[in-house]
Design a protein around this ligand. Structure first.
Ligand code: GLC
Length: 429
């Protein structure tokens, strides 16, 4: 895994596509029949990208503190956001926008110094050869119970068509990986309708890496990805290995006019801290309107998040996962040398915050954004028996930031945690 990815901490996800015209859910709306396929595709006629300004996007993402971005180059609907030789179904050929959105985006993102990520849906519900086989090749008892966009409804599989489809996906991916300079990250989606063997793995992965050995691929690749991508529901337990949590600012990936179910900036910062605490990244999604404008409420969240990161930078990019929540409930991160512990404080304490089970001596406690020194004390414990007390750090409302406050704890040596269940003190002083 490339080091840059684990240090990036924040990425911006962009679901930009024709679904923003009517504000229907990306691809799923026709798949589930809330709009007909024809009406869905008619959105191509209304997709103008008339105010699309890739440099503005890139600058906004940079200001948000993100170190990478991931744009949908093709969602499950099969509509390419770039100029592909292998299909006419693209906003370049079929919409008034008539421009290579992906190309513009990649250039601007790279210029802004961010890493370039591209989302690509492996499944393609528009391609005539896609709905040719069943998951794992198993013909269901009732083929009519499937979905016509992803499975043959007559129960007959067409292996040749499937092989043609695989070639098509590979050809489109080659375009993406070779026409625009270096792509740092491929963000796959929609692997779940076929097995690894059907996708032609692991050869498929070798093929992609042959264009760029440093390429990072997410785990929606039938078990062959490089990192995990929990989605919408934040992990409660720390995922194993490298991971990135992707989520929306309101409830939709793409732009939906009626979706006002927004998370507040404080909630987003809280969630970001939760990711940091468990050693993961946050991939925060925006859904631009059809003209390319990022909705102002989403833009405001990005700018607010960036301000928070700048004020607390020390606890962000160079940090690693903190101590478990039973030691400190609001989440924390550690410096790489393990000698500084950064505690997240999401709400306003009345008197103090407390850390349990810390074996180290604290040498200093400060508020990270202001540098203000805090008082602290340890109560209880029997260090001579290796039983730590409770560390109380005094802080109240006046010490707090607008959103999550970070308390910096400097420790005498590398963090050491008590992991017992309590014990009798057999040698009392
Ligand atoms: C989902 C969906 C999709 C969305 C995405 C983001 O599973 O299929 O609409 O693009 O993954 O993570």
């Amino acid at each position: 895994m490339q080091k840059w990815f684990q240090k990036a901490k924040l990425g911006i996800f962009i679901h930009y596509g024709i679904y923003a015209v009517k504000g229907v859910s990306e691809s799923w709306s026709f798949y589930h029949g809330s709009i007909s396929y024809e009406d869905y595709m008619r959105q191509l006629e209304g997709f103008t990208a008339s105010r699309f300004d890739a440099d503005h996007w890139a600058e906004l993402f940079r200001k948000s503190g993100a170190r990478y971005a991931v744009l949908t180059s093709k969602h499950h609907d099969g509509v390419a956001m770039y100029d592909t030789k292998y299909s006419d179904l693209s906003v370049v050929k079929k919409s008034p926008a008539a421009r290579d959105i992906l190309g513009n985006y990649i250039e601007a993102i790279r210029k802004a110094g961010l890493k370039v990520g591209v989302y690509y849906s492996l499944m393609d519900w528009s391609h005539p050869d896609y709905a040719s086989v069943y998951p794992d090749g198993r013909v269901p008892e009732d083929p009519a119970g499937g979905n016509k966009y992803s499975q043959p409804m007559d129960g007959r599989q067409d292996e040749k068509a499937w092989q043609r489809f695989l070639e098509f996906d590979r050809a489109q991916l080659k375009e993406i990986l070779t026409n625009y300079g270096k792509v740092d990250l491929l963000w796959f989606d929609g692997d779940w309708e076929r097995s690894a063997a059907q996708w032609g793995l692991p050869e498929f992965k070798d093929y992609l890496k042959s264009f760029n050995p440093d390429l990072i691929i997410n785990n929606r690749f039938a078990g062959y990805g490089d990192y995990l991508t929990p989605e919408q529901g934040i992990p409660v337990n720390r995922p194993k290995g490298v991971w990135e949590f992707c989520t929306t600012i309101n409830s939709s990936w793409g732009y939906q006019h009626r979706d006002n179910h927004y998370k507040s900036l404080r909630q987003i910062i809280h969630m970001f801290c939760d990711c940091l605490s468990m050693g993961g990244n946050l991939l925060l999604d925006v859904g631009p309107m059809e003209d390319g404008t990022i909705p102002p409420r989403q833009e405001a969240v990005l700018l607010g998040l960036g301000e928070w990161i700048r004020a607390n930078e020390e606890a962000v990019y160079d940090s690693v996962a903190g101590i478990p929540a039973n030691y400190y409930g609001d989440g924390s991160v550690l410096s790489e040398d393990g000698q500084t512990l950064y505690l997240f404080v999401h709400n306003v304490p009345r008197e103090a915050i407390c850390v349990k089970g810390l074996q180290n001596r604290v040498t200093r406690a400060t508020i990270l954004h202001s540098g203000k020194e805090l008082g602290y004390t340890v109560h209880g414990g029997a260090p001579w028996n290796d039983i730590p007390g409770i560390l109380w750090i005094f802080m109240t409302e006046e010490d707090c930031a607008e959103s999550t406050t970070v308390v910096k704890l400097e420790l005498k040596d590398r963090v050491r945690l008590y992991d017992g269940g309590g014990a009798v003190v057999t040698d009392n002083h």
